[in-house]
Design a protein around this ligand. Structure first.
Ligand code: ZN
Length: 389
């Protein structure tokens, strides 16, 4: 089936002005200022009415099979639903286990990723959880990357956190080299996603690994880098040196009161210091639990992270901090596609996957979401739902 999208203002993420797009076979076949088809060609014509057309958003840190559990079994979060992802404009997710690698498993994570792919979006996973040695699918991190197409890296591995396995620099370097080897053999980017905790050691371990080993910096993606003011200062230093930094968009008011930097605000702060945003990504930490700890380190409450916070944060960077959409949009499109090596993703471009989001120009509210050429959301409502919706 052919779909002709007419009269849209394209942010590719670079602004390309008014365009028509022809979608077929899940791809963007053609993008021109004006596309006219012969009347005997069967095509669905959709008038974009001047709305902004953006690349489908990429969220590289989502607990798709559920996460949490830090307050006992009853606090384990449930698996995510397709519509929690699609109504947020997200068309590509990278699933991750998280804190619990004991009652949660890699087979369960892979099965959930396969389910979401069957339901219409694009999914990948990271192998392992918080603790080293990692629990894998095949028994080897390298083999997981080589043999399982959906595995694109390892993580999230906890460092500088009271819930971590207190990994040494040597252990972390060994893990990174296993990822690097598997990625090279399989033609993948190979990322090591590091969960950064509140410890004052911050990036010390990662800096030691980069100094003492020959692993290129691009393999590491430290996340939650906005969780407190001192880690954010380090994030700015690390990004200035060319490192990747990931900011988490899910939050609760209490975190912000305690000093967390709202993800949307990180871009303005980096820009003011003249730090390039090419290595910056946003992820939602969706479906993870958001535990609140008291001064004794005990859990005193839980919330669930929302994938919808991803684009909300980009929109807030535009609305509240005055960035242009061209400046802010790459953190959930072009940048993750490049850092995680996601072919055909992150751009509105001929030959790329037809993963697209239509938003209202004035409010940036999501109007429609297309994944691999198929409308998942239309007029703000999900038109495709998962099997058990
Ligand atoms: Zn985490």
């Amino acid at each position: 089936m052919l779909t002709l999208l007419q009269n849209v203002q394209v942010y590719a993420p670079r602004f390309l002005g008014r365009q028509d797009l022809l979608l077929a076979g899940g791809k963007i076949c053609s993008m021109r200022e004006c596309i006219r088809l012969d009347s005997n060609v069967p095509v669905t014509v959709v008038d974009g009415e001047g709305r902004y057309l953006l690349p489908g958003f990429i969220d590289c840190h989502v607990h798709i099979a559920g996460g949490g559990g830090e307050g006992g079994f009853a606090t384990r979060t449930p698996p995510i639903r397709l519509t929690d992802i699609t109504t947020a404009g997200v068309t590509t997710v990278v699933g991750t286990l998280g804190t619990d690698g004991t009652t949660r498993s890699m087979p369960e994570l892979l099965a959930k990723a396969n389910a979401l792919e069957e339901e219409g979006i694009t999914t990948f996973i990271q192998t392992g959880s918080y603790h080293l040695p990692l629990r894998t699918l095949t028994g080897s991190v390298t083999d997981d990357l080589v043999f399982i197409p959906k595995v694109i890296g390892a993580g999230e591995v906890a460092v500088a956190d009271h819930r971590s396995s207190c990994p040494t620099a040597q252990e972390l370097a060994r893990l990174a080299s296993q990822v690097r080897l598997g990625a090279m053999l399989a033609g993948k980017a190979g990322t090591v996603n590091l969960h950064m905790g509140d410890s004052r050691r911050m990036l010390a371990l990662l800096e030691e690994v980069l100094q003492e080993s020959d692993i290129p910096m691009r393999h590491f993606v430290p996340t939650h880098m906005n969780r407190n003011p001192y880690l954010f200062e380090k994030a700015m230093e690390y990004a200035a040196k060319g490192g990747n930094v990931d900011f988490t968009t899910s939050t609760v008011p209490a975190y912000l009161e305690e000093g967390e930097i709202a993800a949307y605000h990180t871009l303005k702060r980096l820009k003011e210091k003249g730090i390039p945003l090419a290595g910056v990504t946003f992820t939602s930490d969706g479906q993870g639990s958001l535990p609140r700890f008291n001064e004794q380190g005990e859990i005193c409450g839980l919330d669930v992270g929302k994938v919808s916070s991803l684009f909300q944060s980009v929109a807030d960077a535009v609305r509240k901090d005055g960035l242009t959409l061209e400046e802010a949009l790459p953190v959930i499109t072009e940048n993750p596609a490049r850092i995680y090596g996601l072919q055909g993703k992150g751009h509105v471009e001929e030959g790329f996957d037809a993963d697209l989001v239509l938003v209202e120009p004035d409010t940036l509210a999501i109007h429609s979401v297309i994944a691999k050429g198929r409308f998942m959301v239309r007029d703000g409502k999900a038109v495709v739902t998962g099997a058990y919706h």
